[in-house]
Each structure stands twice: as structure tokens, then as C-alpha cells.
Design a protein. Structure first.
Length: 165
């Protein structure tokens, strides 16, 4: 495992709640009933911060789901799995179908760090310049948020409150 990569820090005391890692990896697994998945998710995200599923990793890094799974198996990316052992009845009394696959989540912070690593590599290889790379990123502080302030002002006005940015 890379020593300079900013992995999330998992306190030893949290392992009983969020799971123990598979040997040689940062793949933390735990098992429990379906109704335990919500509390597990809340405990896990309280420790590691925002997370996404492997399919959602491309929101933060230009990678495929297969690349995410490969990096997890190599021990280069943290992942947290909750395996459902038993199901509960639905609100209408029917027995729910048991999940065959675990819930899997990856810290967004590690995916962002991976994206920086990939950007540095393609610049170093000369496939793109840093200036070209920076030019491809949207202006999140400018035009993108323009809709929000107008909408937000309307929400405050409708509620009879004063809007402060």
C-alpha cells in the first residue's frame, strides 16, 4: 500500500461497528441483518465522510467501475461492505428478497486524491499540459451557482424570511 496516499483513518475502536479489513487490503467487511445496514452506514460515514458506490466513483475520478474494483483488490483504495445475512418483512407483511451482493461504499476523499494522481501522471507522460487540463475544469464558483441564489431568494421570500448570502 502506498504510504503517501491520503487514506481515511479508521480508529481501532470503530472496527467492531464498521468491519475488519480483508488481509492485505483496505476492504472492510461486516455482516448483519438488513435493518442493521442503516446504522452501519451512519457510523461508517461519520468516520470516513461522504462516500459513493463503485459505480458512482466516476463522479470524482475519471475511472471505470472495473478500475475501482481492481484498485480495491490491490489494497490501493478503501472500501466498506455490509453483507446482509437476513431480511425483514416489508411494511405490507411480505418477506423481502435477500440481497445477493453487499452494500459497498468508497470514500469520496480517496477518489479525489486518485483523480489528482491520474492527472499528475498524464501531465508527466506529456499527453496533456497542466494548462490544458485546468482549462477543462468548470467554473464551479461562477455561473454554475447562479441558479441557486435566485431560487434560494424565492424560497426565503415565499417563507417570509430575509435572504442573507
Amino acid at each position: 500500500m502506498e504510504e503517501d496516499f491520503p487514506y481515511v483513518v479508521i480508529p481501532e475502536e470503530a472496527l467492531p461497528a464498521i468491519g475488519t479489513p480483508d488481509p492485505g487490503t483496505r476492504l472492510y467487511r461486516t455482516w448483519g441483518p438488513e435493518e442493521g445496514s442503516g446504522p452501519w452506514f451512519e457510523a461508517m460515514t461519520a468516520i470516513v465522510g461522504p462516500t459513493v458506490s463503485p459505480g458512482g466513483a466516476s463522479m470524482f475520478a475519471p475511472v471505470s467501475r472495473a478500475a475501482v474494483h481492481k484498485r480495491i483488490k490491490e489494497g490501493k483504495l478503501s472500501a466498506f461492505c455490509f453483507h446482509v445475512e437476513s431480511t425483514r418483512a416489508s411494511l405490507f407483511g411480505k418477506q423481502r428478497k435477500k440481497r445477493n451482493t453487499p452494500y459497498v461504499y468508497i470514500p469520496a476523499s480517496e477518489l479525489k486524491a486518485w483523480a489528482v494522481e491520474l492527472e499528475d501522471r498524464i501531465v508527466r507522460l506529456g499527453r496533456i499540459t497542466r494548462e490544458e487540463l485546468e482549462g477543462r475544469k468548470p467554473d464551479w464558483e461562477g455561473e454554475f451557482w447562479g441558479w441557486y441564489s435566485k431560487w434560494r431568494k424565492q424560497q426565503f421570500k415565499a417563507a417570509g424570511k430575509e435572504f442573507n448570502k
